[in-house]
Design a binder for this molecule. Structure first.
Ligand SMILES: Cc1ncc(COP(=O)(O)O)c(CN[C@@H]2CONC2=O)c1O
Length: 410
């Protein structure tokens, strides 16, 4: 594992040179969305300049080229997460949220009933929590929530208690976008499978940030977003085991997802096209494949270590004054590349706008985890989240800007 050459990486992100009132931007909102490197931007521009056409093998050269690039992008993404079924296990959606909804509607609505349970965790993002909660209401199924412990980790004894013979689906976030907690998803998959339940892993904050091997986890489904991994917005990925996707009915109907249509009925297309109705996210898919190349050139172990270092350094610095409460595992314990926190007597929204005065960009709010914030007993939190182009000096600038707020509200 070698240290990242952050300076040469930063050269790929011209946006990081932007200045607000003479202050260079310090972009620490990567859990919300990451910036886009030149090679990915070039891929997007080149596509529209040279290859743009509608896919699924129109009978002309441009469509052939666009179709091959789009279809191959599925194989590239499959390789990035260790899906040996290649394109047949990779559905391109709009984002993680749509990927969660696809399984909740296409599988959940048909398979869940009043005797079934869906086991979630208290740290789920609304993309899974609200989705399964609403599908459970429609089907009469019951949602159960694995407890989060004081130190931000999952109560695995409680997980073993909740996951049982009535469990049909376990849906769990791999890395919490609020706590930074890294959940033992392979162990949870084992427990789910021991009870013939499926497991859906929300990989939005893990696939972009650390090596993820869907087959090592033995996930039945896994979702993530292109815009969180140096790719464009407008594309998400649903990984599903091939035999499960084969058995599942589609939930979006239209062109491209069919093989044969009569006035009476329709036959579905092969995987993954069965789940990609209408004109798909062609350019975004091709750009996401480029983002996979960009990240693999750096090495996902190296990405993980870089983020680990910055997150631990931030934990250390934030706790120096004693008036900052951080959430999730304590300093020194494993966490993803993010820290949510509150500065005593300063509301997170006020803090983030003061940080913005110093061109420090963080997120403030509930991070789409309102039930978790209720449990933490706070209405909102500030959150700094790191990626491949951030530096220790930027953590220092964050801490200096927090000190400005401390002085202002003293
Ligand atoms: C753990 C997790 N799951 C699902 C999502 C939904 O992803 P899409 O928005 O791409 O569908 C997010 C997005 N993270 C939110 C978005 O902004 N700030 C966050 O932490 C997330 O962090």
């Amino acid at each position: 594992i070698e240290p990242l050459d952050v300076e040469s990486i930063r050269a790929d992100f011209p946006i990081l040179q932007r200045e607000f009132d003479g202050e260079q931007v310090v972009y620490l909102d990567n859990a919300a969305t990451t910036q886009t490197p030149e090679p990915v931007v070039e891929t997007i521009a080149d596509y529209y300049r040279t290859t743009n056409a509608n896919v699924h093998r129109g009978l002309h050269q441009l469509s052939q080229e666009a179709s091959v690039a789009y279809e191959d992008a599925h194989d590239r993404v499959a390789e990035f997460i260790g899906a040996s079924g290649e394109r047949e296990e990779i559905v391109f959606t709009k984002n993680t949220t749509e990927s969660e909804n696809l399984v909740a509607y296409a599988w959940g609505l048909n398979e869940l009933g009043p005797e079934d349970e869906v086991v979630l965790t208290e740290m789920e993002h609304h993309a899974s929590l609200v989705t399964w909660q609403q599908i459970a209401k429609k089907t009469g199924a019951t949602c159960r929530f694995i407890r989060v412990q004081e130190d931000g980790t999952l109560d695995m004894d409680h997980a073993r208690e909740l996951i049982g013979d009535d469990t049909a689906m376990v849906s769990v976030v791999h890395v919490s976008n609020t706590l930074g907690t890294v959940n033992p998803v392979a162990e949870l998959a084992d427990i789910a499978h021991d009870h013939d339940a499926y497991i859906f892993v929300d990989g939005a904050q893990s696939v972009p940030n650390r090596p993820v091997d869907v087959e090592a986890i033995d996930a039945d489904f896994l979702a993530f977003s292109g815009h969180k991994m140096a790719g464009p917005t407008g594309i998400g990925v649903l990984y599903g085991k091939k035999h499960l996707l084969e058995e599942m009915e589609p939930y979006l109907y239209g062109g491209e997802m069919i093989k044969k249509v009569t006035f009476e009925d329709a036959k579905w297309n092969d995987l993954p096209w069965k789940f990609e109705a209408g004109t798909p996210v062609i350019c975004q898919g091709i750009a996401l494949a480029e983002a996979c190349d960009y990240l693999d050139d750096i090495g996902m172990e190296n990405v993980k270590r870089h983020e680990d270092e910055l997150a631990q350094y931030a934990m250390e610095r934030l706790q120096e004054e004693g008036d900052v409460e951080t959430y999730g595992p304590p300093a020194g314990e494993e966490r993803g590349g993010l820290v949510a926190f509150n500065l005593e007597s300063v509301h997170a929204h006020d803090l983030s706008s003061i940080l913005n005065d110093s061109a420090v960009a963080i997120r403030a709010g509930d991070h789409c985890t309102q039930p978790l914030h209720d449990k933490l007993g706070v209405a909102a939190s500030a959150r700094a989240s790191f990626y491949i182009y951030n530096t220790r000096e930027e953590v220092d600038k964050l801490v200096d800007a927090i000190d400005d707020a401390r002085q202002l509200f003293a």
